[in-house]
Design a binder for this molecule. Structure first.
Ligand code: SAH
Length: 354
């Protein structure tokens, strides 16, 4: 950190266009400078003020003094030998480390981003929550995961999933700011439809999100068809019981017209029986939705195992027969740090040893 208290300065890359314009105005600059600056930050994804060559050296100097430009540094990139998946470990300005994943699909490049450093939701099968939450990510730190990958790889990112470490709805204001900036046509200009936000089921925030007039997809981490089973896997279910979560999802679907994705991590002996599939089908009756089955990724600190392939297919089959739209999550990059948050965790453990 160059100057003490630098973190107190306004976070330039987290400012809306209107806020950027107000700042530029207050610095005595012409209004079109705001468009140039915003374009550098969000369309050209500049890593430093030096790149902004059509701004005067004087303005760049004053911006560098009066504001903070958040740019992430890739400290490690792991490429899968099996597919085109890449995992990125980024250092944040304060030295914290986060993980992001780049995946290739038929329809384009998708990035899975983190929304917090760690997580405090405590899901039993998840590696990201083992050490609790360190802090929320700012909107700029969420955007930067996408921007840096885009620049490093020289590609256009077409889809973003907020499914990495952290609970996005536990960082609501920054998440909304992030989505609005990402969708700004003067910046990266993604469509809301290209963004998926995954939540463990924070009910009040699901209702709030339904009112925001966004076209994003909501993914709900369900993982069990009954309250009793869900609470064993997800402690947050104690605070927000299953019937309330489902009610909120129905309300979201009706308010937005967007089909909900239900994520269901299959855990052997916990939630993978025929009876579970039948309960699940009944639970989701009448909701326009899609179920994504994820054979659980074993985390070394936990006992959980995935069912065998046959059992996964049987579960899918049973749901389909009840008229539910189901896909099985394609496993990607399993050779480069398996489950969510595992690469970051092993990196931090290595550093500790050194
Ligand atoms: N907090 C958000 C987003 C992060 S997790 C949420 O809970 O949805 C993204 C998805 O991966 C969630 O559905 C989560 O439950 C699931 N997940 C986490 N660890 C997993 C593991 N080891 N195996 C399979 N799915 C996992």
């Amino acid at each position: 950190m160059e100057t003490r208290g630098k973190e107190q300065l306004p976070d330039l890359r987290a400012m809306t266009f209107e806020e950027t314009a107000a700042l530029i105005g207050s610095m005595g600059e012409k209004p079109y400078r705001a468009s140039q600056l915003f374009g550098w930050l969000h369309a050209r994804m500049a890593a430093s003020f030096d790149e902004m060559t059509d701004l005067s050296a004087d303005l760049r100097g004053r911006l560098a003094e009066q504001t903070r430009l958040v740019t992430l540094e890739a400290v490690e990139v792991k490429c899968s030998a099996k597919d085109e998946t890449k995992k990125f470990l980024f250092a944040l300005p304060d030295g914290n480390i986060i993980e992001s994943v780049l995946m290739k699909y038929k329809y384009g490049w998708s990035v899975c981003i983190s929304s917090q450093v760690g997580c405090r939701m405590g899901c039993r099968f998840c590696a990201s929550t083992l050490q609790g939450k360190t802090r929320d990510l700012s909107a700029s730190e969420m955007l930067e995961q996408i921007y840096r990958i885009s620049v490093l790889e020289g590609i256009r990112i077409s889809h973003v999933v907020v499914m990495g470490a952290g609970e996005p709805l536990d960082n609501y204001d920054n998440l909304l700011r992030f989505i609005r900036l990402l969708c700004d046509p003067k910046g990266a200009g993604l469509s809301g439809r290209a963004i998926t936000v995954s939540t463990c089921g924070l009910v009040p925030q699901i209702y709030d999100l339904a009112k925001e007039d966004l076209q994003i997809t909501l993914a709900l981490s369900l993982h069990a068809p009954t309250q009793e089973k869900r609470v064993r896997l997800m402690p947050i279910a104690r605070k927000y019981p299953l019937p309330e979560v489902i009610k909120a999802c129905r309300a979201y679907e009706q308010a937005t017209g967007r089909r909900i994705t239900f994520e269901y991590s299959l855990v052997r002996g916990e939630n993978d029986t025929d009876e579970d599939a039948a309960h699940l089908a009944r639970l989701l009756r009448g909701i326009r939705c899609h179920v994504n089955l994820i054979p659980v990724n074993p985390v070394k600190e936990r006992e959980y195992r995935a069912p065998d392939r046959r059992a996964v297919l049987a579960f899918q089959n049973k749901l389909e027969k009840s008229g539910i739209n189901v896909t099985i999550r394609r496993e990607m990059g399993t050779d480069i740090g398996g489950a969510c948050g595992q690469l970051r965790k092993s990196y931090l453990e290595e550093k500790e040893k050194e």
